[in-house]
Design a protein around this ligand. Structure first.
Ligand SMILES: NC(=O)C1=CN([C@@H]2O[C@H](COP(=O)(O)OP(=O)(O)OC[C@H]3O[C@@H](n4cnc5c(N)ncnc54)[C@H](O)[C@@H]3O)[C@@H](O)[C@H]2O)C=CC1
Ligand SMILES: CC(C)=CCC[C@@H](C)[C@H]1CC[C@H]2C3=C(CC[C@]12C)[C@@]1(C)CCC(=O)C[C@@H]1CC3
Length: 345
């Protein structure tokens, strides 16, 4: 039974609010006068004004408790993208998201903002200034992407203006910033192991890296624009820094900022991709006997050696989106935030 919450209610919930993006989102929502409930399988911090609900998003009863009197829900929970646990991705991203939708409807939530990913259209080959009307990837590069596609479809199809349940999906790309557990730590780990000497391909491929505060800004704009008859209902939106950069220039700037050498020697893309593919096949064959995780997976090589950048014109037109932090400033703030990852630290 839906309990309708009063209009103007600034109580929201962030599912996945203990994570990298989730926590930045929670902090900004508090600044903007929202009261926030976090729903997550773990509690990673404490903040005045935030109520934590520990639980798995596949558990509808646990969600219903956290969504009581909430009018707006952000869903930014996901298993770690680097995992190859297909069952986990399907359970959390597909069945779990279906449960989130049912719980939102039952709790009388009016708006659901999903954190999707621009990678839902990426198949490992060049995308230049891709718009939201590109078809979903027919051959997604991994289970993470395959289940992000299903998740986005579920959320957008659930948008129902008659019933007063409005949904929108934000598709960020390459999120970076303070406290990111992935991009900078993987990069530094690779450099410390002496494996960041090579540039895959000619180094001219352009990619979007998006400072976390811009992603947060896109989510809040979407939530506040999402109203009955708004053009954004049931649609996906790319949110990027709107400054595509050479993948290897970005990596070099972060590395040099932290005191490591920039990669210098070029290797042909096809050669590295072929080797990564062989290595991946080898790990599959040897899996019953030994388990090892190669740095150079075919997916990572594709991410490092192809163009993949996206237009955010639609977000500019429909919700007045404009990045709030430039790439240069974002990189400087990120580098500064990782003193423990500096060379020699
Ligand atoms: N980091 C990136 O570059 C990009 C991330 N995204 C999307 O942004 C969202 C947030 O990503 P990050 O903050 O980077 O990840 P993260 O791993 O830091 O945060 C995800 C959070 O979800 C929680 N979670 C996982 N399974 C759960 C479950 N069953 N029930 C409740 N909570 C659960 C985790 O405990 C974690 O706190 C994800 O949906 C991801 O797909 C999209 C594009 C790029
Ligand atoms: C733009 C985008 C989708 C970024 C997502 C984050 C990660 C997928 C990247 C973060 C660090 C990157 C990285 C590589 C691939 C892509 C990342 C994991 C390499 C493994 C590519 C091959 C190398 O020479 C080493 C790189 C280390 C850093």
């Amino acid at each position: 039974m839906a309990t309708r919450v009063r209009p103007g209610n600034k109580r929201c919930a962030v599912i996945g609010g203990s994570g990298f993006l989730g926590r930045h989102l929670v902090e900004k929502l508090l600044d903007r006068g929202y009261s926030v409930s976090v729903f997550d399988i773990r509690q990673s911090y404490e903040l005045p004004g935030v109520v934590f609900h520990m639980g798995d998003l596949c558990d509808k009863q646990a969600l219903l408790t956290a969504l009581k009197d909430v009018s707006l829900v952000f869903h930014c929970a996901s298993p770690f993208p680097g995992s190859d646990d297909r069952a986990l991705f399907e359970r959390v991203n597909i069945q779990g998201t279906q449960t989130v939708i049912l719980a939102c409807i039952e709790a009388g939530v009016q708006k659901l903002v999903l954190t999707s990913s621009a990678s839902v259209v990426y198949e490992g080959t060049d995308i230049k200034n891709g718009r939201e009307d590109l078809p979903y990837a027919k051959k997604p590069i991994d289970y993470y992407t395959a289940t992000k596609i299903q998740q986005e479809k579920l959320v957008l199809e659930a948008c129902d203006q008659q019933k007063g349940f409005l949904t929108v999906a934000i598709r960020p790309h390459g999120i970076f910033g303070p406290r990111d557990p992935q991009l900078v730590p993987i990069l530094v780990d690779t450099a410390r192991r002496g494996k960041m000497k090579f540039i895959i391909g000619d180094g001219s491929n352009l990619v979007d890296f998006t400072f976390v505060e811009n992603v947060v800004h896109g989510h809040i704009l979407a939530a506040e624009t999402l109203k009955s008859n708004s053009p954004i209902c049931g649609k996906p939106y790319h949110i990027t820094n709107d400054e595509p950069v050479r993948f290897w220039d970005f990596m070099s700037e972060v590395l040099v900022g932290l005191g490591y050498a920039a990669p210098r020697y070029h290797l042909p893309y096809a050669l590295v991709y072929g080797l990564a593919l062989l290595l991946w096949l080898l790990t599959l064959v040897l899996r019953p006997f030994v388990s090892f995780k190669p740095t150079f997976t075919p997916m990572r090589v594709a991410l490092a050696g192809t163009h993949h950048y996206y237009s955010c014109e639609r977000a500019k037109e429909d919700m007045g989106y404009k990045p709030v932090v430039s790439l240069k400033e974002g990189i400087a703030r990120t580098v500064q935030s990782y003193p423990h990852l500096r060379r020699g630290a």
